[in-house]
Structures are given as C-alpha cells and as structure tokens.
Design a protein around this ligand. Structure first.
Ligand SMILES: [Zn+2]
Length: 56
C-alpha cells in the first residue's frame, strides 16, 4: 500500500511592488521585491532604470 502525503494548505503574504517604467510608460510588478534594490530592468522594453525607494 502506498501512502500518499496529503497536500497541505498554505497561506502567505506577498508584498507586491509596482514599477512604472519611465521609458515605455508601462506598469510591471514584482512580488516580495528586495526593498534595498533600486535598479531594475523593465520587462516590457528592457530599459534599466533607477527606482527610488518609497518612504512611508
Ligand atoms: Zn519599459
């Protein structure tokens, strides 16, 4: 008899960071993006830009 492990239900909180590209004007998002990282490449047009860290 094969005992199959039942999948466990999971829940997690995701901090979604929204970026607005200054070159193509499109929005894109990264879940749980490292807060200290400021330089990102736009997945739409590939432009590498500095995104300032938003202060609360
Ligand atoms: Zn872009």
């Amino acid at each position: 008899m094969v005992i199959r492990k039942k999948p466990t239900a999971k829940r997690s909180v995701e901090h979604l960071h929204h970026f607005h590209c200054g070159s193509c004007g499109k929005w894109w998002s990264i879940g749980d993006a490292p807060a200290r990282r400021t330089v990102w490449s736009c997945p739409w047009c590939g432009a590498k830009e500095k995104y300032p860290v938003r202060k609360k």
